[in-house]
Write a protein that binds this ligand. Structure first.
Ligand code: ARG
Length: 575
């Protein structure tokens, strides 16, 4: 039973307020004594023209609220709800065990199309830790929407267009090293790009050659297009290795170049609607009525620009996917750009502009910046970050195994370190609200007792080990009636947090904030560990209690796996 939903429905019937509004007002009290759900009446005072405590008393007195497992109590301006512990224990554990690690799955989305655009690195440029933020955040948002029954299409809007390709073609013809290209295309392309700029200072005619090569590329000249294609393919192959390592996939790699040929009809349409104005030789759409600076569509030399490619892209996506939502996971510095693009679409009569969402995020900063000797000056490459984290994780795993006298094989250690290390990086990005800057610190992120992925994965692995032991003893998890036995305060806290997991997935989706799921998973793990540290499972007083507690273990493990999976983090069975 979804009690929050039931309470919202009933209060909405009693008060005549909108159900979604009621739902969003319902709180989960921080202390168990205050009930399982609380409905605060402060914000209703104006609408209902009554004092909050009176509203609360009236609502609480309505007999329709006390149904089945629910008890109601009025405390001041709150209506507090208590769910019968025995009933909730049975319901929640039974539901989780039958869903397994699919727990949290919902059909809310009804198969509607949701586009999530994320990662979108620039071809021939290194993949740095900023691109990791969009990659990790976008992947998680896509996972969350998938879980809720939406049909998610994952877009990678590659930066594969622009005058720099004229420079790269020129540089490649002069100094390109084939073998180095095959080995690591991005490093080689970066090398010749930097060289181009150094040499062009001495010989400005190189810039003219580059412009000429870019023009040829735009006109579709065979040789230039072939080179560009090769740069694109080789770069993508390098990115793909990182994606694979992170478990990230895409359905669509249409980059900026794909949309550039779709710009002329967009320009015609804007002109027909009388939206184009000339400003200093450029063609712009004025947006002062929206309080925004003009959006440049064509530069004074007639060439297209980043924003026009995004306009063409949004229209293309709408035509081909008739999306319910089109989500752009791109850093906060591009906020103004997206406001302008959405405003131009709206002015041009595309109402789907209201379904386009820019999901911004902050910066990654390092407590110890010197921890990296980067190839790229002050840019930190994601690969370097991952390698270093996995290396440090491996040391810890090895040391822990030795201390325990565990004879893990070298392969096991390596595999666990890879999963836990990458999980640690992912969790660092997702554990706080996305608009906050992140201060990256090794000791914090690898603290096995802190708010970290290693702590969560370790909790999962520990439960799996208990379950293996139980299996060895021929002890299985119980079901049905005997789950009532899980009514102690600490057990109940675990069950409460398990039961709120589904709601956390929905809240994460509507706010585009995977940290809501991260927080819930962390709460479940903390509650479980508190219970586990104070009670025995395999040595409990009776066989029935042992089995009921094993069922709790299974439910926690399944939910941790499900929740971590939504963040893009893999669990390990042993650690
Ligand atoms: N390639 C761009 C960058 O690295 C991000 C692209 C964002 N997506 C978009 N539709 N404009 O900054």
């Amino acid at each position: 039973m979804d009690y929050k939903d039931l309470i919202a429905t009933n209060i909405s019937k009693i008060t005549g307020l909108d159900k979604d509004k009621v739902y969003s007002l319902i709180e989960i009290p921080p202390q168990l004594e205050m009930g399982d759900y609380a409905f605060p009446c402060f914000t209703l005072a104006k609408e209902l023209r009554k004092a909050p405590p009176m509203i609360a008393a009236d609502i609480a007195a309505d007999p329709s609220l006390t149904t089945g497992a629910l008890t109601v109590k009025n405390v001041g301006p709150y209506v507090n709800f208590y769910v019968d512990r025995e009933v909730l224990a049975q319901e929640v554990i039974t539901e989780i065990i039958s869903a397994g690690d699919k727990y949290g799955t919902d059909d809310l989305g009804g198969g509607k199309n949701v586009i999530v655009e994320y990662s979108s690195p620039n071809i021939a440029k290194p993949f740095h830790v900023g691109h990791a933020f969009t990659t990790i955040l976008g992947n998680s948002i896509a996972n969350i929407y998938t879980k809720l029954g939406y049909n998610v299409i994952r877009f990678n809007h590659l930066g594969d267009y622009g005058t720099q390709f004229g420079k790269l073609i020129t540089a490649y013809r002069l100094w390109g090293d084939e073998a180095a290209m095959e080995e690591d295309a991005i490093t080689e392309l970066t090398r010749i790009y930097v060289k181009f700029h150094d040499e062009a200072k001495k010989d400005p005619s190189l810039e003219d050659t580059a412009r000429d090569n870019f023009r040829k590329l735009e006109e579709g000249c065979e040789e230039e297009v072939a080179l560009w294609k090769r740069f694109r393919e080789l770069s993508l192959a390098v990115f793909e290795k990182t994606y694979q390592r992170m478990g990230v996939k895409f359905d669509n790699y249409n980059g900026e170049s794909f949309y550039s040929s779709r710009i002329p009809p967009v320009v015609d349409l804007l002109r027909d609607k009388g939206l184009l104005t000339e400003s200093e030789g450029a063609q712009v759409v004025m947006l002062e009525d929206e309080g925004l600076p003009p959006c440049i569509i064509l530069k004074s030399d007639g060439t297209t620009i980043y924003a026009s490619r995004d306009l063409a892209a949004a229209i293309y996506r709408h035509e081909n996917f008739d999306f319910y939502k089109n989500i752009y996971v791109v850093g906060l510095p591009q906020q103004l750009h997206f406001k302008q693009v959405f405003a131009v679409l709206k002015k041009a009569g595309f109402d789907f502009a209201d379904d386009c969402v820019h999901v911004g995020f902050g910066l990654l900063k390092f407590k110890d910046g010197s921890a990296f000797s980067t190839r790229e000056g002050n840019i930190v490459l994601l690969d370097d970050l991952l390698n270093k984290t996995v290396e440090k994780t491996e040391e810890i795993i090895r040391k822990n195994a030795e201390e325990r006298g565990d004879d893990m094989t070298e392969d096991e250690i390596k595999d666990i370190a890879e999963k836990v290390g990458i999980g640690a990086v992912i969790y660092t990005y997702l554990k706080s609200g996305r608009e906050k800057d992140i201060l990256f610190d090794w000791d914090d992120m690898l603290d096995f007792e802190g708010d970290t992925a290693p702590y969560l994965i370790y909790t999962y692995a520990r439960i799996r080990s208990i379950l293996r032991k139980a299996e060895g003893l021929g002890l299985g998890a119980s079901s049905g009636d005997s789950l009532k036995l899980l009514a102690g305060d600490e057990e109940y806290a675990v069950i409460r947090s398990l039961s709120d997991f589904k709601d956390s997935v929905r809240r994460a989706a509507s706010s585009y904030e995977p940290f809501v799921v991260a927080k819930q998973v962390a709460l479940i793990a903390r509650n479980f560990n508190r219970f586990y540290n104070n009670s025995s499972i395999l040595n409990a007083d009776s066989e029935d209690i042992k089995r009921a507690r094993l069922a709790l273990c299974v439910a926690v493990a399944d939910t941790l796996k499900s929740g971590l999976g939504l963040l893009g983090i893999n669990v390990v069975e042993k650690m």
